[in-house]
Design a protein around this ligand. Structure first.
Ligand SMILES: Cc1cc2nc3c(=O)[nH]c(=O)nc-3n(C[C@H](O)[C@H](O)[C@H](O)COP(=O)(O)OP(=O)(O)OC[C@H]3O[C@@H](n4cnc5c(N)ncnc54)[C@H](O)[C@@H]3O)c2cc1C
Length: 328
């Protein structure tokens, strides 16, 4: 029993960027071992695995159930199928990207498989002994954890760096397994589907985030952040104060009780920089803060700071970006 299994999550038929990154990171880990460790993956739901955006490195077998009834997450059914593949393929370790889905599914699987669960891992300290590090106490410390059981489940945070690897191109064999899935489990009846359609990428996966705090002043004030995020091809994020006010949905909240994000660029507009907010942006690339208070704690973390009123700075910024895009 030694193989690695990676769960590749799709949303609305698109493979999640964080899952692709997890697959590639696991391939690199497996290739480092002597002898190298076999890797397989599971995709539940229709998703295009062949596009250049969905670059899967390494080699292994991908079990892909393409039936549309997998489009919606069904915890019982997903747990049943993933645990079955894990056992049949004689795996020792199961990997997920750290997402809302995996935070629900991974604990269920740790009970089913009697496996140690280490969630929110940022980095492996020593994969062989099952030890990894993650931030604790709202991001103020990094702690190492070691799995106690032979079988292990990890949920991995994504990193702001684009994945680059020296992995040799291998062969990834895609095996349809709809019939097998239908035979072992039927879908539960969906009660209601609540869809959020902002047209923007989920903040947890965005490469650029324009985030607003209470300093934006109102729900309407976020229109300029939406405009800027749209021009930059990014997403809008929010502090908890803003979500509590009802100005933005919880799905956009960044921080300890929101999402942990890893964009290349994080623009913090009218956000004070509380420790709970900072807990969510520790893996961001470049942080730019705009705040009218020169002593705001966000300036201690930001790479670049602008002291000023968001209502004066952001419209000017939008104009500059427009001009730049026109000239391009
Ligand atoms: C258990 C727990 C969990 C929490 N989890 C989270 C979390 O996940 N995410 C999170 O964000 N918070 C979280 N919080 C709340 C956190 O402590 C802060 O209250 C919150 O982050 C503050 O949000 P803010 O920065 O938008 O608002 P404020 O702290 O009110 O800051 C507003 C900022 O805007 C500036 N400003 C005002 N007007 C302007 C202007 N016109 N132009 C420019 N700047 C202006 C002000 O100078 C100020 O710095 C949590 C708290 C607790 C106790």
């Amino acid at each position: 029993m030694s193989g690695y299994l990676v769960f590749l999550e799709q949303r609305e038929g698109l493979l999640r960027k964080s899952s692709l990154e997890t697959w590639n990171r696991v391939q690199a880990l497996a290739a480092d071992e002597e002898p190298s460790i076999p890797v397989c993956g599971v995709i539940l739901g229709p998703a295009d695995t062949q596009t250049s955006e969905n670059e899967l490195y390494g080699s292994g077998r991908l079990f892909h159930a393409t039936a549309p009834d997998f489009l919606l997450y069904d915890s019982e059914r997903y747990a049943r199928i993933v645990s079955d593949v894990f056992r049949k393929e004689e795996c020792s370790t199961l990997f997920f990207a750290d997402t809302a889905l995996s935070r629900d599914l991974a604990p269920k699987l740790s009970i089913r498989l009697e496996a140690s669960l280490l969630s929110g891992c940022a980095r492996f300290v020593d994969e062989r002994s099952g030890s990894c590090s993650r931030s604790v106490y709202a991001g103020s410390c990094i702690a190492s954890f070691t799995a106690q059981l032979e079988k292990r489940i990890f949920t991995l945070f994504s990193s702001p760096e684009p994945f680059s690897t020296v992995l040799k191109a291998g062969t990834i064999v895609i095996s349809p397994f709809d019939d097998y899935c239908q035979a072992i489990s039927r879908p539960s009846a969906a009660v209601q589907k609540i869809a959020m359609t902002t047209g923007m990428r989920d903040v947890a996966e965005a490469g650029i985030i324009v985030a607003g705090g209470r300093g934006i002043g109102s729900r309407e004030g976020f229109a300029m952040l939406e405009e800027l995020a749209g021009l930059l091809g990014g997403s809008v994020g929010a502090s908890r104060a803003v979500v509590d006010e009802g100005w933005r949905p919880h799905a956009e909240q960044v921080g300890q009780t929101g999402k942990s994000v890893a964009p290349l660029l994080y623009l913090a507009c009218g956000i004070s920089g509380s420790v709970q907010h900072l807990a969510g942006i520790g893996r961001a690339g470049t942080i730019v803060a705009i705040n009218s208070d020169r002593h705001a704690p966000i300036f201690d973390t930001a790479d670049f700071g602008i002291v000023g009123d968001v209502h004066a700075v952001i419209p000017g910024f939008i104009e500059e970006v427009r001009d730049f895009l026109k000239k391009k």
